[in-house]
Design a protein around this ligand. Sequence first.
Ligand SMILES: Nc1ncnc2c1ncn2[C@@H]1O[C@H](COP(=O)(O)OP(=O)(O)OP(=O)(O)O)[C@@H](O)[C@H]1O
Ligand SMILES: [Mg+2]
Length: 265
Amino acid sequence: MTNQTDVPVLDLRDIHVVHRLRTGKLLKPDTIRAVNGVNFTVSRGEVVGIVGESGCGKSTLARVMVGLQKPTEGKVFFKGEPLGSSRAARKVLGRSVSVVFQDPATALNPRMVVRDQLIDPLRVHGIGSPKERLEKVRDLLHMVGLPQSALDVLPRQISGGQRQRVAIARSLVLDPDIIVADEPTSALDVSVRAQVLNLLTDLKATLGLGLVFISHDINTVRYVSDRIAVMNSGRVVETGSAEEIFANPKDEYTRTLLSATPSLL
Ligand SMILES: Nc1ncnc2c1ncn2[C@@H]1O[C@H](COP(=O)(O)OP(=O)(O)OP(=O)(O)O)[C@@H](O)[C@H]1O
Ligand SMILES: [Mg+2]
């Protein structure tokens, strides 16, 4: 089922992103180095966690991975080839690397029933007949643990946890190689966070996907990740297996994170 090869699906090399601010003041710089020389790879079948405090550049890096943000410097390799900037290249990337955001309420269209939200990407990419599309969507609902009756509801008619399940189903519609999940449980009620985390790791295991899991909470990241990258001020300050990082953190900042965080799972 997995088409795992030695070539990572995404290979980010020396990525820099500088955001320009509109409000340049005398004592304030009018640019922000959100990402400052990051190398990062992700392959099918692995969960890579990215952890770091608010503002360290996690979401900016995630946006580079899914093609929503052009790096100021550096190269993105997609399945071993430099990523082009054409529409066609972005479409191929969009199909292979999907994203789950923090807040499912904003990720979903409030006026579209779940059925249409899920069918839409198939339509856009011209995949399957109407019957096959509906079949696929039914399978996906089942996979993310929602009843078939969810097909006909609007996002506001279901709970936050269920909405995030719909968003996860949507991220799976095009059979991606990688899902980039940016704080996928932070906006959810504490009682459903573990369920959504378990869903993501189960999906990764059954589908052989790669998962990039982003969180400010190192304990949550540890719970799901094979490998962890610790970010601070736009840089990856430490990488290693989850065990290595917890047993023997080398970087001062990682130690601070480990000592300071209560579990927010
Ligand atoms: N579009 C933008 N324009 C200007 N500055 C931005 C933009 N996006 C992010 N920034 C700035 O870049 C830095 C990194 O932001 P980013 O959202 O990547 O951090 P983060 O690690 O995801 O934070 P959080 O944990 O709060 O989500 C921050 O200082 C942020 O204010
Ligand atoms: Mg963020």
